[in-house]
Design a protein around this ligand. Sequence first.
Ligand SMILES: C[S@@+](CC[C@H](N)C(=O)[O-])C[C@H]1O[C@@H](n2cnc3c(N)ncnc32)[C@H](O)[C@@H]1O
Length: 192
Amino acid sequence: MNDIPSPDKMFMINLQEIELADFPTKGWILDIGGGGEGVIGRLKGNLVVAIDNRKKELEEAPEGPLKIIMDATDLQFLDESFETVTAFFSMMYMDTKTRKKVFKEAYRVLRPGGVFHLWDVTIPAQTDPSKSLFVVPLKITLPDEVIQTGYGVPWKDREQDVETYTDLAQKIGFKFEVGVPQKQVFQLKLIK
Ligand SMILES: C[S@@+](CC[C@H](N)C(=O)[O-])C[C@H]1O[C@@H](n2cnc3c(N)ncnc32)[C@H](O)[C@@H]1O
């Protein structure tokens, strides 16, 4: 998000680099938290339905997707509406209870065999109370452009790693493989 807090309150990790190649999808793509840089919208354009609970974030995102103000914990779509759901550095903005609700909703709106693609970052437990904001600076290479950005969240009680999401996915009923070694920034492909 774009509000810049004072640097002495930030815990900023090293620059993380992501190469985001196009990937095959069928039909509409539901992008959860699709405001801000709108990265999935940049990649997939008008195939994307970008939902975000903050109007301003959607307004800031590039044109292309259909942008709808909506809370991901209460998706206004029928069951089995989408083949693909994405969350690009959006889950880090949610607490544990919210993440669980969002996973349940993503599962509900996916068709059987549909895929939930998730990109996010390992956030360690807060080690320094004076650092209230955890920030991941990112260089995102898309087929047609390179984006330099940073995503920051309040650090307290926000720890997460790949297992946070594989455990949650398993509980909800998703299938997945964790083949590639995951780094500080990780990617999961969860299948309904
Ligand atoms: C800063 S963006 C992350 C990156 C964004 N996907 C992009 O491509 O730049 C995270 C977004 O998640 C949104 N968000 C957080 N909680 C949400 C929720 N419960 N429902 C919908 N959107 C949510 C925030 O408003 C924010 O715009």
